[in-house]
Ligand binder design. Structure first.
Ligand code: GRF
Length: 214
């Protein structure tokens, strides 16, 4: 087991993806969890695994920009190989993206480019789509617009509610995100500007597990 790849995770709330990233870490270790929400329920997962949790309270900064700069400074100090956003509700600023080129990932609950932004399951149901799912992508300046790394999809059931659909997609997220990070850490997925490459091992495993690669 190779654990030299340190990963920082940024959360704002529930933290179920953080939990899955912690529990399925084979080739990486989560060294730090940061949050803009001191009360984020997900912090209990960090605490239970003795992973440092640090919160950046909005009231302590003159502006959101200053808060983001503080998070950026802490990340620079930590220097993780990857930064994983997992339900992090702030838009990452350009300076932070430039500090960690091709190293900031996000999980989004839709098959991008469909349904960027919020309320993806509600919009999927309202739009009567047949396929829905989740996407791990690189973070760029836009909202959910960065390079797609991998996706996991499912068939939407007739009459399924947004909540039911969301729960099924969340279960896929919990599989997909650690799979991507483990394979990045192992060098089976390589990210460079505008490009993602997969080893044959990663391709075979993705096919076996039903993950979609770009
Ligand atoms: C997930 O659906 C994720 O895709 C989205 O925000 C939600 C976070 O859930 N970005 P959790 O905090 O990981 O449980």
């Amino acid at each position: 087991m190779r654990k030299s790849c340190r990963v920082a995770v940024l959360i704002s709330g529930r933290g179920s993806n953080l939990k899955s990233l912690i529990e399925n870490a084979a080739n990486y270790e989560i060294s730090l969890v940061l949050s803009n929400n001191p009360e984020a329920p997900g912090k209990t997962y960090a605490e239970a695994h003795k992973i440092g949790f640090e919160a950046f309270r909005r009231d302590n900064y003159k502006s959101v920009g200053e808060l983001k700069a503080a998070i950026r400074s802490r990340l620079i100090q930590e220097n993780p190989r990857f930064v994983c956003l997992a339900g992090f509700m702030l838009i990452v600023d350009q300076e932070t993206i430039e500090q960690f080129p091709n190293r900031i990932l996000n999980i989004h609950p839709s098959l991008l480019p469909n349904f960027p932004g919020l309320d993806t399951h509600e919009r999927a149901v309202a739009g009567s789509v047949q396929r829905h799912g989740c996407t791990v992508h690189l973070v760029d300046r836009g909202v959910d617009t960065g390079l797609i790394v991998a996706q996991a999809g499912l068939d939407v059931r007739t009459g399924e509610s947004a909540a039911e659909l969301g729960a099924r997609v969340l279960a896929l997220e919990h599989q997909l995100y650690p799979w991507v990070v483990n394979n990045l850490a192992a060098g089976n997925i390589e990210l460079s500007d505008g490009n993602v490459k997969f080893s044959s091992v990663a391709k075979e495993e993705a096919e076996r597990r039903g993950f979609l690669l770009p």
